[in-house]
Design a protein around this ligand. Structure first.
Ligand code: GDP
Ligand code: MG
Length: 192
């Protein structure tokens, strides 16, 4: 749920990049953080688990304007993708307003994508949340690789909320800002 800081005249939203291990969550966040206006962003913080890291930063996008006279501040998180880090994922999902579900488009990663999608639904349900009530974007990542599913096939598998879909190659940054902008708009629209 969005947090309002009246003293700072800001409304705070939490966005979580979710998806299986190695789908490209960290690559997305690092790309965005590198290119956001330095005056408008916080430090990129890395919370280390044993092998994987949860990344976090916040920023004030100037282009999205105000919400009822409040500036919007977005807090961006990734989760560890590997299955045994579910406790960390649950923690990161607390108070979430928007989700970018990053899909690894490779045929060989089918099971991992579906498992992660189901795990997202499960973890939200444990918190009394529901994906269809949040701002959601499905990012079809790794579109540059050879053996990949069509967007239509992946959409059927992991887009039960009929959310906007963005094709991406996070490695080069293609689609990365479009994804972020779309989820920010979705989150603002849902919170109104
Ligand atoms: N070819 C290709 N590789 C990618 C793309 N996005 C990420 N990768 C690579 O996939 C690997 C895992 O990415 P990472 O961001 O660490 O995944 P995470 O586990 O979801 O955080 C890294 O070697 C990235 O360079 C992409 O769009 N295309
Ligand atoms: Mg990562």
């Amino acid at each position: 749920m969005a947090l309002i800081n009246l003293a700072a005249r800001e409304i705070n939203y939490k966005i979580v990049y979710y998806g299986c291990g190695l789908c490209g969550k960290t690559t997305n966040i690092q790309y965005v953080h590198k290119r956001v206006n330095p005056a408008a962003k916080g430090r990129l913080v890395s919370i280390a688990t044993e092998e994987e890291r949860t990344l976090y930063f916040d920023f004030l996008p100037l282009s999205l304007g105000d919400v009822k006279g409040l500036r919007t501040r977005f807090h961006i998180y990734t989760v560890p993708g590997q299955s045994f880090y579910n406790a960390s994922r649950k923690l990161v999902l607390q108070g979430v307003d928007g989700v970018v579900f990053v899909v690894d488009s490779q045929v060989s990663r089918l099971d991992e994508n579906v498992d992660s999608y189901l795990n997202l639904w499960d973890n939200l349900m444990c918190q009394g949340e529901d994906l269809s009530k949040l701002g959601v974007v499905i990012q079809m990542n790794k579109r540059d690789l050879g053996d990949i599913f069509s967007v239509a096939d992946l959409d059927e598998l992991v887009n039960h909320t009929y959310s906007p879909v963005v094709e991406a190659c996070a490695l080069t940054g293609e689609g990365v800002f479009e994804t972020l902008k779309t989820v920010c708009k979705q989150v603002i629209a849902k919170s109104n």
